[in-house]
Write a protein that binds this ligand. Structure first.
Ligand code: NDP
Ligand code: GDR
Length: 345
C-alpha cells in the first residue's frame, strides 16, 4: 500500500519540490489548495500531473478537518504560510493568523480526526498521522550565538518570525500534551528556479537575465551586507521527509553552514550572465527592513548525524542554476512575448 501525504503550501516552492520527491518515492500525494480559481494550482498541476488536490485554507478550521478526514494521510507537511518577511509588517494580523494560528488549526484537525480527545502527557506516536512543521531560521533573529543549533535561543525580529515561533512551540506542545508525532524543521534560506520573484536571490537572478537581454534597465536592492546561509530547496525537502521517518520525533536545524552576503549573490549572478554587478545595481534605502536579521548560519550537525542528511548543491551552482533558468525564460519572452512564451514558474 502506498503511503499517503497531505501537503499544505503545495503551490509554493517547497511544496512543489516535496510533492515531486514523495511521488517519486511511491507516495500518493494530496496538496491543500485554496481559493476558487488559484492560478498557482494550475501551474503546479501542469508540472506534477500525479498530484491530487483537496480544498482548504489555513484560516478555516473546518476545511482542514475535512481535508485531513478525506485524505486519511500517514504524513502531513505544513508548508503553507505568508512567507515574505516584509509583508509581516504590512499585514501582521494576517501573518499571525496564517503562520501562527494556522499551525494550531492543522494540529487540531489531526487531533480530531485521530480521535485524540484528552491531553495525556508525554509518549510519542499517539495517533497514526505524523506532522511536519515548516519552522524557520527567522526565529533566531538577533542571534545569540553563531552558528545556530537546535538549542540556540529565539529572538525573532519580525512579526513573521514571532508567528513562526508560536507555530514551533505549539507543535512541540502537541507532541508533549497529546503524544502526537510532530516535528519542526528549522530551515535556513533555500532557493531554486521556483523561488518567488520577491525574494532576494530570485530578484537578482531574474534581473541579471533580463538586463543581459535588454528587458530591464537596473536593479534596486536593500541591505547588501545582509548575510544568509543559502541552500537548494530540492535538497531541503529530503530533510523534511527524513525527519518524519525517525523512530523518535525531534526538531532539526537544516542549512549548509556556509555564509554569503547579498553582495556575493549579486556578483555571482551577474557574472553568470556575463555582466559586472556594480554597473547595474543601486541601493534603495526604502528596501532596508525596519528590524534586520544581519547574519544567519546553520549548524546542521544533528541532521547530518541522525538523519544522514547532506546538501548536494553548493552556493555558486545554485545561483548559476537560477540564472540559467531565468535566461532561458527571458529569451522566450524576448522572442515570443510574455503570453506566447508561457510562464514556466
Ligand atoms: P512560498 O511562498 O513559495 O509558498 C507558500 C505557500 O503557502 C503557497 O503554496 C501558498 O498558497 C500557501 N498559503 C499562503 N496562505 C495560505 C493559507 N491561508 N492557506 C493555505 N495555504 C496558504 O514558500 P516556500 O515554499 O518558500 O516555503 C514553504 C514554507 O517554509 C513556508 O511556511 C515558509 O515560511 C517556510 N520556510 C521557508 C524557507 C525558505 O527559505 N524558502 C526557510 C524556512 C522556512 P497560494 O498559492 O494559495 O498563495
Ligand atoms: P528572508 O529572505 O527575509 O531571509 O526570508 P529574502 O530573500 O527576502 O531576504 C534575504 C536578505 O536579503 C536582504 N535584501 C533584500 N531582500 C529582498 N527580498 N529584496 C531586496 O531587494 C533585498 N535587498 C537586500 C534582506 O534584507 C534580507 O536580509 C526567507 C523566506 O523564505 C522566509 O519565509 C524564511 O523563513 C527565511 O528565508 C528563512
Amino acid at each position: 500500500m502506498s503511503k499517503r501525504a497531505l501537503i499544505t503550501g503545495v503551490t509554493g516552492q517547497d511544496g512543489s519540490y516535496l510533492a515531486e520527491y514523495l511521488i517519486g518515492l511511491g507516495y500518493r500525494v494530496w496538496g491543500l489548495a485554496r481559493g476558487q480559481a488559484n492560478p498557482r494550482k494550475d501551474r503546479v498541476s501542469r508540472l506534477i500531473p500525479d498530484l491530487e488536490f483537496v480544498d482548504g485554507d489555513l484560516m478555516d478550521q473546518g476545511s482542514l478537518v475535512s481535508a485531513v478526514d478525506a485524505v486519511q494521510p500517514d504524513e502531513v507537511y505544513n508548508l503553507g504560510a505568508v512567507s515574505f518577511v516584509p509583508m509581516s509588517w504590512q499585514q501582521p494580523e494576517l501573518v499571525t493568523e496564517v503562520n501562527g494560528t494556522g499551525v494550531l488549526r492543522v494540529l487540531e484537525a489531526i487531533r480530531m480526526v485521530s480521535g485524540l480527545n484528552r491531553p495525556v502527557g508525554g509518549g510519542n506516536g499517539a495517533g497514526r498521522i505524523r506532522f511536519y512543521q515548516a519552522s524557520s531560521s527567522e526565529m533566531f533573529g538577533m542571534v545569540a550565538e553563531s552558528p545556530q543549533t537546535e538549542t540556540t535561543s529565539f529572538h525573532p525580529r519580525s512579526p513573521y518570525g514571532v508567528a513562526k515561533t508560536y507555530g514551533h512551540y505549539i507543535t512541540c506542545n502537541y507532541r508533549e500534551s497529546y503524544g502526537m508525532y510532530g516535528v519542526s524543521g528549522i530551515l535556513f534560506n533555500h532557493e531554486s528556479p521556483r523561488r518567488g520573484a520577491e525574494f532576494v536571490t530570485r530578484k537578482i537572478s531574474l534581473a541579471a537575465a533580463q538586463i543581459k537581454l535588454g528587458l530591464q534597465d537596473r536593479l534596486n536592492l536593500g541591505n547588501l551586507d545582509a548575510v544568509r546561509d543559502w541552500g537548494f530547496a530540492g535538497d531541503y525537502v529530503r530533510a523534511m521527509h527524513l525527519m518524519l521517518q525517525q523512530d523518535e520525533p525531534g526538531d532539526y536545524v537544516v542549512g549548509t553552514g556556509v555564509m554569503h552576503s547579498v553582495r556575493d549573490v549579486a556578483r555571482v549572478a551577474f557574472e553568470c550572465a556575463g555582466l559586472h554587478w556594480e554597473d547595474h545595481v543601486s541601493v534603495d534605502p526604502g528596501l532596508v527592513r525596519p528590524a534586520e536579521v544581519e547574519t544567519l548560519c546553520a549548524d546542521a550537525g544533528n541532521a547530518r548525524r541522525d538523519l544522514g542528511w547532506e546538501p548536494k548543491v553548493g552556493f555558486e551552482e545554485l545561483i548559476q542554476m537560477m540564472v540559467e533558468s531565468d535566461l532561458a525564460q527571458a529569451r522566450l519572452v524576448r522572442d515570443y512575448g510574455p503570453v506566447l512564451s508561457g510562464a514556466r514558474w
